[in-house]
Design a protein around this ligand. Sequence first.
Ligand code: MBD
Ligand code: FE
Length: 284
Amino acid sequence: MTTTQPSPTAAGSGSSATEAFRAARSTASGPSGVAPERVSAVLTSLLAGIHETIRSEEVTYDEFQAAKQFLIEVGEGGEWPLLLDVFVEHVVEDVASRTQSCTKGSILGPYYLPGQARLESPATLPQRPDEQGTVLVFSGQVRDTGGNPLPGAEVDIWQADEQGYYSGFAPHLPEGNLRGVVVTDSAGRFEIRTIEPAPYQIPTDGPTGKMIEAAGWHPWRPAHLHLLVSAPGMRTITTQLYFRGGEWLDSDVATATKPELILDPADAGDGTHTVEYDFVLERP
Ligand code: MBD
Ligand code: FE
């Protein structure tokens, strides 16, 4: 790949995700404490899995110390959100989705930033005057499980640009670029004008990237749009949408694709792509 832009350094992306996570966490109204029985049950099971791996793989002292060094570097590099979201979150989402009958979900990932520009539909996502990439007009409707449209629903969308970089996590991009909260109209409909993102590469110069390379894996996610779709009284959907025929669709490093979440944009005849996708929200 030839590019005139700086490469996605670990310092510019993965580590900023630690600050974003801390900021979100400090305002979250999560559980204040977890019962000791629960802590004990989960920890016992987690440790049993690690112990069993050491026995079955006959892990050596050298390998144990290398693992310790790696974990220290993940923390120092601020890459815990990146590492956990790429390799663990998809299973948490899978378990959470067992009780859902709304539009399929996917992982949140490390690059969500709250408080973006609120835009009436039809909307154009904030972008640079010379934003590169195929124009995509993404429209649809937000409904409840009874088929009733949800006016005033929020479609919070964020995505990488045509080089695979996220604003807020790549120093050369303006704040809020390709991020926005689009509000559905009186018919529950939204229309969002944006560009098609590029696939995302995990920064190769940080501990997560180095681990992937050491294992001989690839560091790519297929091109995707991130979405949080919400309405008063409804369960918020966290999901992602992908593109038919896109590279890495069948080998996402984050294991976060689902067949129901693949868009198939059509050419409008002028090089612009259009696509429709509807969201169904359910009550909590
Ligand atoms: C991403 O863009 C992403 O969506 C996830 C889940 C992990 C790393 C980068
Ligand atoms: Fe992403």
